[in-house]
Design a binder for this molecule. Structure first.
Ligand code: GRG
Length: 292
């Protein structure tokens, strides 16, 4: 199956799963509206699509896959709501729309993020068609990937890194944690649900790590070349910008070489796996070529 067809099929299902999960809750309207506002604000759904694509390539269907995909998207959405807050990036716009706190106020936005992250763990705990062992493994891995040892840890390194010029190794560590950890979790969650062999999980971990870095380098390149969704905030910054980025540390041409390196290492990691892995190859190409 081609990636476009796969995405066209699954994106409405992911959307519906997210809507169903939140609409079934008996919670204050303001919180529900704020959670739904950011969940339905039209992100690329890369993490859920990665999870579902891994399952497809491993030849596995799972009745709870969409729920785990929704849980990952909820974690991602919480991170964006909190990242936009005045105490963090202080952004007015996200995906071309007013940020959550601009619409609902800071307190509601913080609580909507808190509610999304806590709900996502419960969603996995309540899966009906996954063994208790696999649920514990998913919850453990998600907590490491999203928490202090993963995305939250990366966010604090990123904030602290704004005070100084980072070395390439330090910048890589920020992005491994801040962006890469949750992308890799999405891939591994698909592999766990598909009952993948340990060798397959190892190859997919390597795939995820390189894909995460490629994703972030392209994000930095888009900021410099002026086509990023963050246009107006960081886009068009020159190579001497104060925030450490790949083009800033390496120059733009060498950042592009680094992007190609991580994309080809990602592809090499899945080369020996059974099955064509066509969707994962197309996703890698999409991440390298994306314009937002
Ligand atoms: C607040 C704990 C906490 C973490 C925030 C993910 C993150 C950490 C911040 C987002 C800031 C940012 C622009 C990071 C660069 C890469 C990235 C994760 C971009 C956003 O992800 P996409 O492109 O977003 O998948 P969409 O809008 O498509 O869902």
């Amino acid at each position: 199956m081609k990636l476009n067809d796969f995405r066209s099929y699954y994106e409405p299902l992911i959307q519906q799963e997210l809507l169903d999960q939140i609409s079934s809750l008996s919670i204050p309207d303001s919180l529900k509206e704020s959670m739904n506002y950011s969940l339905q604000a039209g992100g690329k759904r890369i993490r859920p699509i990665l999870l579902l694509a891994v399952m497809h390539e491993l030849g596995h269907n799972h009745p709870d896959a969409l729920k785990v995909a929704a849980a990952v998207e909820m974690i991602h959405t919480y991170s964006l709501i909190h990242d936009d807050l005045p105490s963090m990036d202080d952004d007015d716009l996200r995906r071309g729309m007013p940020t959550n706190h601009k619409v609902f106020g800071e307190a509601v936005a913080i609580l909507a993020g808190d509610a999304l992250v806590t709900y996502s763990f419960g969603l996995i705990a309540r899966l009906e068609n996954v063994s208790s062992d696999d649920k514990v493994q998913l919850i453990d891995l998600m907590s490491v990937s999203a928490g202090a040892e993963g995305m939250v840890g990366g966010q604090i390194l990123d904030i602290e890194g704004e005070e100084k010029k980072l070395e390439l190794k330090e910048l890589e560590q920020v992005h491994r944690l801040k962006t890469g950890a949750l992308l890799t979790f999405s891939i591994l969650a698909g592999a766990i649900l598909a009952q993948a062999k340990p060798e397959t999980i190892m190859s997919l971990t390597r795939f995820g790590e390189h894909l995460g870095l490629a994703f972030q380098i392209q994000d930095d390149i888009l900021d410099v070349t002026g086509t990023s969704e963050e246009l107006g905030k960081t886009a068009g910054k020159d190579e001497n910008s104060e925030k450490s980025t790949y083009p800033g540390i390496l120059t733009l041409p060498r950042a592009k070489e680094k992007l190609d390196y991580h994309a080809s290492e990602a592809l090499a990691a899945i080369e020996g796996l059974d099955g064509e892995m066509a969707l994962l190859k197309e996703l890698t190409a999409m991440i390298v070529k994306r314009k937002n």
